[in-house]
Each structure stands twice: as structure tokens, then as C-alpha cells.
Ligand binder design. Structure first.
Ligand SMILES: Nc1ncnc2c1ncn2[C@@H]1O[C@H](COP(=O)(O)OP(=O)(O)OP(=O)(O)O)[C@@H](O)[C@H]1O
Ligand SMILES: [Mg+2]
Length: 507
């Protein structure tokens, strides 16, 4: 146990960071005390990641000073920040999938014996660190085989191995299941109890209320609130972030389903077994399940990105079982994938071009060509409708903050007006105000007579939006509920594999 110290662990004063067309941080002061879990919140594009990049030596500030443990520092690179006792887990992990846990943890800071990497010592080191901090993970496991919650544990072990006393985590729970997120918070709390310091960027109010000591809220690059967690509330934080009252976790009224748009029977892939389902026009069907139970594989098979082993898929009565992804799009399917970076967007292209993608055969195009004026007007409409914060439609998509890239993807796919929308994790990394907007847009899409198949790890999202809820477990649909019956407890039980035969089975 480190005794509490008077000087703060981290003290940022007057940090200003400007990008072309954007003032990302505007004279930000942030004080983080030793041994606390400090949440940094704010809307998408408020400047959270930028501030953390400045603190971690990845971006040079235009103005301002940084003090760590009471000493002035001037970081030219992350290795300087590491030497001062900081460690950062980035939103997209930077581990080597083909290497073992032990190799990843000691990477670039390996224990050596006679000049050679001492593998036995590396394994021992991982076991020691794991036991000391309650971060159990097998040192010999291949990182690529681990679930995402354990991969994150490896990231944290890596920082501890290098002696990090202050840990910076940028949206660490965005890709975790609720159980994995709870496990992470248990670890963070014990690290804080040891006297380490945690700075946590997140959009999840529940986590902040349950897991943090203090909260700093940024809006448009400026600090707008400094709160003590035990003295604040979800509503107060939400209002500070958005400048207005936000209705959290709203449950929307059910739709009026019409004709069948998607009909799936006996579908099987490598990870999906014998799935039957229908989605009607004017209906949102939600798929709940613990990550890794075949939801993503099902959606990919329906989008034409994964081979179908058996079964049939029909879109508006037409068989598309073996149609390519492009053919499916032409026949009226739009798709928001889970991974907005790898398959969803082209980072080097402009915001406007990203928004126009796939629109070569829609009303935007003139004989298969996209006139630049139409592309710009289309971009302006969607930027406005989805509140995408971009300096200009010509700006590169790589300059968008995480949540704004997500809004771009949703906006582009909804704009296709396709009869069927497949959507995975629509609000991952999106701030609470924008979640409300995306939910409203999905409901309006449904009410305009479209069919929506929604996969989400957020039960509140499934409950709020879906007219019917299917639960997937080990590749099968094991239960189906009407909106009224889908309370969190019932869904939670079914997602865990059902307690006996309590769950209602599919007809
Ligand atoms: N490399 C860059 N070039 C230009 N603009 C950038 C760059 N990085 C960030 N920005 C802009 O700076 C602002 C702040 O972005 P930042 O990534 O810090 O937001 P954030 O608070 O982390 O948002 P999110 O919750 O969506 O992750 C945004 O308007 C963003 O577009
Ligand atoms: Mg960010």
C-alpha cells in the first residue's frame, strides 16, 4: 500500500490542441489524484482521446503543461511517458495474436539471461503479476485464441510489468460483455486500492457511477464539470455532457409488422446451427446473447460474407441463400457491421465519399456515376441528421473521433432505404445523446415500413428497440420473447443457457 500523497498523480494545466479546422482541447485543466479511478466523459468528439494522447506523449500540445507525481514533464513520445510511470491501453488493442501471453507481456522489456530472452522467467513474471493483482490468465495461451476480456487483461499485465503507476484506459469496456466489464472493474478497484491511479474514458454512465471516484466532463474541448461520483447522478452527468436533459434507456412502443421481408430456415454455418427466423416489414427483431454464441456469424452469413452450410435465406420472397454480398445489397439489404474499422469504412477517403459508398446505383447516382455536387449534398444531409462532428465533408474519415465514425456508418446504411437492415452493435462507442438519436432513427426506419434485424450486447438497447427478442446460445436460437416478456432477468437467464427448461422454446 502506497500512503496517500499530497501531490497529484497527473496534473494537466491549460492543455490546448488544435487540428486543422478543429480545436480539440481548449485550455483543459485536469487533476488526477493518486489512488483514484477518475472517469473522463463527454460527447463524441469532445476531445477525450486527444487529451489522453497528449498526456501519453503521442500528440504534442500547442500549449499547456503536464506534471506527473509533482514533477514537470515534457514527453516527446510514449516511451517518455512510460518512463514516468504512465501506461495506456488503447481502444483497439495492440497485441500480437500469434504470440503467447507471456511473450506479449514482456515484449520489448524482456527478462534476459546471458543476453537471451529468458522464457522461463517471462512465464514466472506473468504468474507473479497475475497472482499479485488478481489478473488470472494462462501465460502459455496464444493471445489470438483468448476472448477479448482476457486480451485486455494481458494489456494491463503488460503495463504493470513495465511499472506503470497510472493507467489510462480509453473506452476499455466498449467491446466487453457485461460480465467481462464487471471483472475489469474489480481489477481496476484493486489496483486503485494498491495506490495506483486509473484514468478511464467511457460513455457508460452505470460504470462511472459504480466504478469511479471522480468525474471530469468535457464538452467541445473544454472542461464543463468536475464531479465527485458519490455526490452526482446519471442525469447530472448526462446534462453536463450534452447541455440538455437526456431520457436514458427509453423503451419505444412496438411497431405494426406487415409482410415477411426476411425468411431464414434451417440455416447453418461453422458457428450457427439450424436457425429459423423471420423479420417482417415494420418490425425490429433483436438478437440477444453473450458475445461468441454465433450472433456475428449469423449476421455475416445473412450479409453474404460467410459461406452457408445448409438452409435457406429468402429476401422479399426471393431465394438469396448463395447470392454474393453485392447481389444482396442490390436486392435490398443494408448492413452495419460490428467492426467499423476493418470492414465498415475507408479511413483514407473523405467523410463525403464514405457516406456515398454503395450508393452507385441509388438515387444519388446518374448512370452509375456519382456527381460531386450530389455527393456533397448527400453528405451535408447525413452529417446534419446524425450529428456527425466533422470539420468538413472533405475531411478524411480517419480524423473523425470513434463515435463519429460509428454515426457515419449508421447514417450511410440507413440512407439506402433498403427493405432489410442488418445492424450489429449500432451504438458502440457512441455518446448518450447520440444513442438516443440513433435509436430514434432506427425506430423511424422501422415505422417507415422497413425490416430490421438487430444484434446488440446491450440488453437495454435490445429491450428499448426490439419488437421481438430472440436469444442465441451456442449457435442456436434457444428462446424467443415478445417485447413485454423480455425483461432483463429473463433474457439474462436465457443468455446463460437457460435455467433448466424455464425459457419458452421456439415454435
Ligand atoms: N488526427 C486528427 N486530425 C484532425 N482532427 C482530429 C484528429 N484527431 C481528432 N480530431 C478531431 O478532434 C476532435 C476531438 O476528437 P477526439 O478523438 O479527442 O474525441 P473523443 O472525445 O475521444 O470522441 P469519441 O467519444 O467519439 O471517441 C474531433 O472533432 C475530431 O474530429
Ligand atoms: Mg475517443
Amino acid at each position: 500500500m502506497t500512503p496517500p500523497r499530497a501531490e497529484p498523480a497527473v496534473e494537466l494545466r491549460g492543455i490546448t490542441k488544435r487540428f486543422p479546422g478543429t480545436l480539440a482541447n481548449d485550455a483543459v485543466d485536469l487533476t488526477v489524484r493518486h489512488g483514484e479511478i477518475h472517469a473522463l466523459m463527454g460527447e463524441n468528439g469532445a476531445g477525450k482521446s486527444t487529451l489522453m494522447s497528449v498526456l501519453y506523449g503521442m500528440e504534442l500540445p500547442d500549449a499547456g503543461t503536464i506534471r506527473v507525481d509533482g514533477r514537470d514533464v515534457d514527453f516527446a513520445s510514449p516511451s517518455d511517458a512510460m518512463a514516468a510511470g504512465l501506461g495506456m491501453v488503447h481502444q483497439s488493442f495492440k497485441l500480437f495474436g500469434s504470440l503467447s501471453v507471456a511473450e506479449n507481456v514482456v515484449y520489448a522489456a524482456e527478462p534476459r539471461r546471458f543476453g537471451l530472452v529468458d522464457r522461463a522467467a517471462a512465464r514466472r513474471r506473468v504468474r507473479e503479476l497475475a497472482a499479485e493483482h488478481g489478473l488470472a490468465v494462462d501465460p502459455d495461451a496464444r493471445v489470438g485464441d483468448l476472448p477479448v476480456g482476457l486480451r485486455q487483461r494481458v494489456e494491463i499485465l503488460k503495463l504493470l510489468h513495465r511499472g506503470a503507476r497510472t493507467l489510462i484506459l480509453d473506452e476499455p469496456t466498449a467491446v466487453l460483455t457485461p460480465a467481462e466489464a464487471d471483472a475489469l472493474f474489480a481489477v481496476l478497484k484493486s489496483l486503485a486500492a494498491e495506490g495506483r491511479t486509473v484514468i478511464l474514458v467511457t460513455h457508460k454512465l452505470r460504470e462511472v457511477l459504480e466504478g469511479s471516484d471522480r468525474v471530469t466532463v468535457l464538452r467541445d474541448g473544454r472542461v464543463v464539470a468536475r464531479l465527485v461520483t458519490s455526490e452526482t447522478s446519471a442525469d447530472e452527468i448526462a446534462a453536463a455532457m450534452t447541455g440538455r436533459a437526456v431520457e436514458l434507456d427509453r423503451v419505444h412502443a412496438p411497431g405494426t409488422p406487415g409482410d415477411v421481408v426476411l425468411e431464414v430456415s434451417g440455416l447453418a454455418t461453422d458457428a450457427v446451427r439450424d436457425v429459423d427466423l423471420t423479420v417482417r416489414a415494420g418490425e425490429i427483431v433483436g438478437i440477444a446473447g453473450v458475445a461468441g454464441n454465433g450472433q456475428s456469424e449469423l449476421i455475416e452469413a445473412l450479409a453474404g460474407l460467410r459461406p452457408v452450410g445448409a438452409g435457406h435465406v429468402a429476401l422479399q420472397g426471393e431465394d438469396i441463400t448463395h447470392a454474393s454480398a453485392t447481389e444482396r445489397r442490390l436486392k435490398g439489404l443494408a448492413y452495419v457491421p460490428e467492426d467499423r474499422h476493418a470492414v465498415g469504412t475507408a479511413p483514407d477517403a473523405s467523410v463525403a465519399d464514405n457516406l456515398a459508398m454503395g450508393h452507385h446505383r441509388t438515387s444519388l447516382s446518374s448512370r452509375g456515376l456519382l456527381p460531386p455536387t450530389a455527393v456533397r449534398a448527400h453528405a451535408r444531409r447525413l452529417v446534419e441528421r446524425f450529428g456527425i462532428k466533422a470539420s468538413a465533408p472533405e475531411a478524411s474519415a480517419s480524423a473523425l473521433s470513434g463515435g463519429n465514425l460509428q454515426k457515419l456508418l449508421i447514417g450511410r446504411e440507413l440512407a439506402h432505404d433498403a427493405p432489410l437492415l442488418l445492424v450489429e452493435q449500432p451504438t458502440r462507442g457512441v455518446d448518450i445523446g447520440a444513442i438516443q438519436n440513433i435509436h430514434d432513427q432506427l425506430i423511424a426506419y422501422r415505422d417507415a415500413g422497413h425490416a430490421v434485424l438487430l444484434v446488440s450486447a446491450e440488453l437495454s438497447e435490445i429491450r428499448g428497440l426490439a419488437d421481438r427478442v430472440l436469444v442465441m446460445y451456442e449457435g442456436r436460437i434457444t428462446a424467443t420473447y415478445d417485447k413485454d416478456a423480455a425483461d432483463e432477468r429473463t433474457l439474462g437467464l436465457a443468455m446463460a443457457g437457460g435455467s433448466g427448461k424455464q425459457v419458452e422454446t421456439v415454435d
